[in-house]
Design a protein around this ligand. Structure first.
Ligand SMILES: *[C@@H]1O[C@H](CO)[C@@H](O)[C@H](O)[C@H]1NC(C)=O
Ligand SMILES: *[C@@H]1O[C@H](CO)[C@@H](O)[C@H](O)[C@H]1NC(C)=O
Ligand SMILES: *[C@@H]1O[C@H](CO)[C@@H](O)[C@H](O)[C@H]1NC(C)=O
Ligand SMILES: CC(=O)N[C@H]1CO[C@H](CO)[C@@H](O)[C@@H]1O
Length: 582
């Protein structure tokens, strides 16, 4: 009962601190002054190596089954039944030779068998004891080995072990591959100290149902944690109502092959865009936006979802979103022909014909008109430009990237007076009055001129007189050479009346005075020639009054511009309204 030696232990906890450090196999506390509850639910199969010379004659090395207490419920002197000889042969636990131990449990009988390493499993177990382990075990049990040696030095080694909940699946140990037990650590001491003989134990083979279930749980747990981190998302309770619009990060990760470079189709001021393929070969574009602030996220997501509900043949369908820490992912339909600016400004792509251009302009005007009037309150785009005009497989214009400027605004957490947009497309009153349908009309006017003239609204490299597109077109009109501002890449393939009308409409939309700009509904009618342009001249107040949004603005009150902004996106804090525009 002194219980020194090694044991196979099944315990409800890994904390064995209640166990005695020198006795009771290190797992039980003293049975006399407390078989306390702390040591209950413990099962141990012990190989007790207590030395007769130190304790009374009755204490001899033995094998035992202990339940909740170091006092064995069943024990036997170590021996094995020889299948060949049909007799019991005793085993010396202190010989230093490896021993095999089998522990079998079938739900009612717990059998323990011993044998020297070279002997097969005996047909008759050394101990066979009826125990209902369901009463001993709890839901979760840990298993392992524990040993205690008292004041003696003793080396005990597990050379190998195998465990299974089913006999059929139990892996047999290849005994030839087992390591050699190391030499005793303190071999420098006078060689074979009688009290020091090392003891070598070998495989314990067990079949306990509860234990393997626990093992499986551990493995599953590990996989779960790994995946949880890899695909971690941020999800707030207010998002519940947007459920159908929410994509799981995992599905997006898979669709884009882990956001691999090969699937990256664009990189801009707002983030990177990836092409992805969902199951059923549905092509999507995933825009990854990083942001620092959760502030305004709720409103932004609400807007995204609202926009997802907007349906118009000239809008890029927004399918949904996903949120992660510091990151927002927007999922939209994939547009195979990219964005319009790639055709206008990159010579390797074919220059769109006038027919294509006017048709795209009509498409975008119609989409914008729908945004402004199709829902209440009006949805603003806030960042109309050729880079945000996508082309579908039939080369129809599709307005994309709604509300990005707004997101950026929120994400950068700017002061209320600062606005974000793209220089050249920003209406002069944007700062003082904020965004409105009129500021969208202004941007659309700049876009009309951009597409017709094949150049960006502001090009600082050009000679002074040509830098600002609105101003330059107006100046040319005064000199009666309006048509000369058209994109030279058009060649002779254009309709003069249409080009002229579009240029004038561009100037009308970019009128410095918001109340003088047409509505998008009117713009659609002008483009379709359902309505004739009002009588304007290059001298009409507000026409051609491009007020360069000054660079120094970015260094004033609103602070340092966010480094994530692209080079063409600027922060503006003030502007000077010059009605004469000259
Ligand atoms: C061998 O040992 C077992 C268990 O100790 C005992 O039940 C059995 O009678 C023994 N057999 C012989 C042949 O001594
Ligand atoms: C335990 O031993 C008994 C008697 O030898 C045998 O009938 C039983 O099948 C054994 N159980 C296991 C699980 O090995
Ligand atoms: C073992 O104990 C459990 C729980 O107390 C009980 O449900 C089950 O019937 C018992 N099994 C046997 C074979 O006695
Ligand atoms: C001009 C251009 O690139 N058109 C392409 C648009 O996309 C369709 C489908 O992918 C292509 O067939 C066109 O050639």
């Amino acid at each position: 009962m002194v219980a020194m030696g090694i044991a196979f232990v099944v315990s409800p906890s890994m904390n064995l601190s209640h166990g005695s450090t020198t006795q009771y196999l290190g797992v039980f506390s003293n049975p006399v002054n407390g078989t306390s509850s702390s040591s209950s639910h413990l099962l141990a199969v012990e190989l007790d190596t207590v030395r007769t010379i130190e304790f009374n004659e009755l204490e001899k090395p033995h094998v035992g089954i202990d339940v909740n207490s170091p006092i064995s419920v069943e024990s036997a002197f170590p021996s094995y039944f020889s299948n060949a000889l049909g007799t019991n042969i005793s085993i010396n636990l202190l010989s230093g030779e490896p021993i095999q131990v089998w522990v079998d449990y079938d739900g009612s009988l717990l059998n323990v068998s011993l044998a020297p390493i070279e002997i097969q499993k005996p047909n008759v177990p050394l101990i066979s004891r009826a125990i209902n382990l369901s009463e001993v075990f709890q839901d979760k049990m840990y298993f392992g080995f524990s040993a205690a040696t008292g004041k003696l030095t003793s080396n005990q080694y597990i050379l190998g072990w195998s465990f299974s909940r089913s006999k059929e699946r139990l892996q047999s140990l290849d005994l030839s591959k087992l390591p050699q037990a190391p030499l005793p650590r303190d071999e420098t001491e006078k060689a074979p100290l009688p009290k020091d003989e090392p003891e070598k134990l070998s495989p314990l083979l067990i079949g306990l149902v509860v234990l393997l279930v626990f093992l499986v749980l551990m493995v599953l747990g590990g996989v779960y944690w790994y995946r949880r981190n890899k695909y971690a998302e941020v999800r707030d309770s207010w998002e519940k109502e947007y459920g159908p619009h929410r994509f799981s990060y995992k599905s997006l990760y898979k669709a884009t092959s882990g956001f691999s470079k090969d699937f990256r189709v664009g990189k801009g001021g707002f983030g990177e865009v990836y092409k992805g393929t969902l199951p059923l070969s549905r092509h999507i574009a995933v825009k990854r936006l990083s942001h620092d602030a959760e502030q305004g996220m709720k409103q932004f997501v609400a807007e995204v979802v609202t926009m997802g509900n907007l349906q118009h043949r000239n809008l890029v369908p927004l399918l949904g979103y996903c949120r992660r820490k510091g990151e927002l992912l927007l999922v939209s339909e994939y547009m195979p022909n990219g964005s319009l600016d790639q055709y206008l400004f990159h010579n390797q792509n074919p220059s769109p014909s006038w027919l294509q251009r006017i048709s795209i302009l009509k498409d975008i005007a119609s989409a914008l008109s729908y945004l402004h009037t199709g829902s209440k309150p009006a949805v603003l785009h806030r960042d109309i430009k050729s880079a945000n005009v996508m082309l579908d497989s039939e080369f129809n214009g599709r307005l994309g990237d709604f509300g990005m400027a707004k997101f950026h605004d929120n994400g950068a957490n700017l002061s209320a007076t600062a606005a974000v947009g793209t220089i050249g497309y920003m209406a002069p009153e944007l700062i003082s009055m904020g965004t409105s349908t009129k500021t969208d009309v202004y941007a659309f006017g700049a876009f009309l001129l951009e597409v017709t003239c094949g150049r960006r609204p502001v090009e600082p490299e050009l000679p002074v007189g040509k830098q600002y597109l609105v101003k330059w077109v107006c100046e040319c009109w005064k000199r009666a050479s309006l048509l000369e501002t058209r994109d030279p890449r058009l060649g002779g393939d254009f309709v003069s009346e249409e080009v002229e009308m579009v240029l004038k409409l561009g100037l009308l939309c970019t009128n410095a005075m918001p109340e003088s700009r047409p509505t998008m509904g009117q713009v659609v009618q002008y483009l379709n020639l359902d309505l004739t342009l009002p009588d304007i001249s290059p001298y009409t107040p507000g026409i051609g009054a491009f007020m360069p949004v000054s660079m120094e603005a970015s260094s004033s009150a609103s602070g340092v511009p966010n480094s994530r902004t692209s080079s063409i996106t600027m922060f503006v804090t003030h502007t000077i309204l010059d009605g004469q525009g000259r």
